[in-house]
Design a protein around this ligand. Structure first.
Ligand SMILES: Cc1ncc(COP(=O)(O)O)c(C=O)c1O
Length: 435
């Protein structure tokens, strides 16, 4: 039995973030400074685009860009394997979601599906680079170029990843990033849209100018929530108390505890953008981004190092679909997402053996009742939606923890395999006796 683990995730907030937030709050400077514009310039330079426009959240960026692109044509082709609010933003923008199935290995949109689904009413193709992994971006970009359809990249989970030296988010009309709490860059919610299109950037800035700044009180509440999360997942506290509460909750089905760590609630359609989404990011949040932007590549390299260990230990197990191993920056492994048939049995086993692992909360939106008007059969997304387990990769997680996960998963499948073989042998023997 292993000692108690490190937590499955951390908010990835630096301790200096909290000090800076407290200072800005005390000195009443949350709203002052030119930092939003400065960070926009820095981000555009880092990513190699003409414009970067900071957003209160990535989903607002998706909504505003789609509103601009779907004035005449209405269909938006996208992966159904994403968070519910991405689908909601398409609907709120007045567009029609068209679900394209995904590739099992990458969990990302299948280029052949995109090609088949484009028609004369297609306003845009929006790809997602999930778990930090680039979709077949060069393939999709070519299809979009050939068919003259704008390409958007939801790069919320893969800031700083690149393909062929080009950053994800810069292959099409616009790229959207998230700086939400569980992302590799975090500023108490936030996001950005990057584009080379001057008219689109001007339109986005005009829209944003009408919104109020995010309220200081709300930001302080978020900071307090993050701080509490960081304290509860700080290894000494986590190992002594938090882990045992969450472990008990998972193993005994205590909903009051489990809902605290669930990534998303049940799907619910939104047809109008909630007014509280329409805010501007504050200068204080922009200041939080400054030291993080330059560090993203170094931290991604640590995640890639963990992915190599996972890959070495797990890629040969036939019952597991592992993600592709990429060490060229085209996968930054926000998580190492594996797929197994009975994921709850695996997670139960891991929790029983003192690991803190969770299943991916996303499901196949193409199957949910609330999106029934846009239902489309996506068998790969359906299976993936039931099978993904997220193995941690955050930079301070540590190699020892990664190796323990690998060892236990190997053990689980060895026992599982022996059990399956024994069952088959008994079945064969019974069949032989009957015949
Ligand atoms: C794939 C994906 N797209 C979009 C979003 C939305 O990001 P935000 O919370 O910044 O709106 C998320 C957030 O989790 C995400 O994972």
């Amino acid at each position: 039995m292993f000692p108690p683990p490190r937590s499955r995730s951390r908010f990835y907030g630096r301790s200096t973030n909290y000090v800076n937030v407290a200072k800005d709050a005390l000195l009443r400077r949350i709203e002052s400074g030119d930092d939003v514009m400065e960070v926009e310039r820095e981000l555009a330079a880092q990513l190699g685009t003409r414009h970067a426009v900071l957003m209160p959240q990535a989903r607002v960026g998706i909504y505003l860009v789609l509103r601009s692109l779907t004035r005449t044509k209405k269909k938006v082709i996208l992966s159904p394997y994403t968070i519910h609010d991405v689908i909601n933003m398409v609907i709120c923008a007045g567009a029609t979601p068209v679900f394209a199935d995904i590739d099992r290995k990458t969990c990302n949109i299948d280029t052949r599906e995109v090609e088949q689904l484009i028609d004369s009413d297609t306003a845009a193709v929006m790809v997602t680079h999930l778990h930090g992994l680039s979709c077949d971006i060069e393939g999709v970009a070519k299809v979009c170029r050939d068919r003259k359809v704008p390409l958007l990249e939801d790069t919320s989970q893969s800031f700083s990843a690149s393909v062929g030296g080009r950053r994800l988010g810069t292959f099409g009309k616009a790229g959207i990033y998230s700086f939400g709490m569980a992302k590799n860059v975090n500023c108490l919610y936030g996001g950005a849209v990057v584009t080379d299109d001057d008219a689109l950037a001007t339109e986005l800035r005009k829209e944003l100018a009408q919104f109020p700044l995010t309220e200081s009180e709300l930001l302080l509440k978020r900071a307090a929530f993050c701080l509490l999360g960081d304290v509860l997942t700080w290894p000494p506290v986590f190992k002594a108390s938090t882990y045992w509460a969450f472990r008990y909750g998972y193993l005994h089905g205590v909903e009051a505890l489990n809902k605290r760590v669930r990534g998303e609630d049940a799907p619910q359609i939104k047809t109008e953008i909630p007014p509280h989404y329409l805010r501007r990011i504050t200068p204080m949040q922009a200041r939080l981004l400054v030291p993080q932007l330059g560090e993203a590549d170094r931290l991604s390299a640590i995640r890639i190092g963990y992915a190599k260990i996972y890959d070495e230990g797990l890629a040969g197990i036939p019952e597991i679909i592992t993600p592709p191993l990429r060490t060229d920056g085209s996968h930054i492994y926000l998580n190492y997402a594996i797929q197994v048939e009975d994921r709850h049995a695996l997670v139960r086993f891991l929790m029983q053996h003192n690991r803190d692992i969770t299943v991916q909360h996303m499901g196949n939106n193409a199957d949910y009742e609330c999106y029934a008007p846009w239902k489309r059969d996506c068998p790969n997304a359906r299976l993936t939606g039931k099978q993904v387990v997220l193995l941690p990769t955050y930079p301070v997680y540590g190699e020892v923890e990664v190796r323990r996960n690998v060892e236990l998963i190997q053990h689980y499948f060895k026992v599982h395999h022996q059990h399956a073989t024994a069952t088959r042998t008994v079945d064969d023997a019974q069949r032989a006796v009957r015949n």
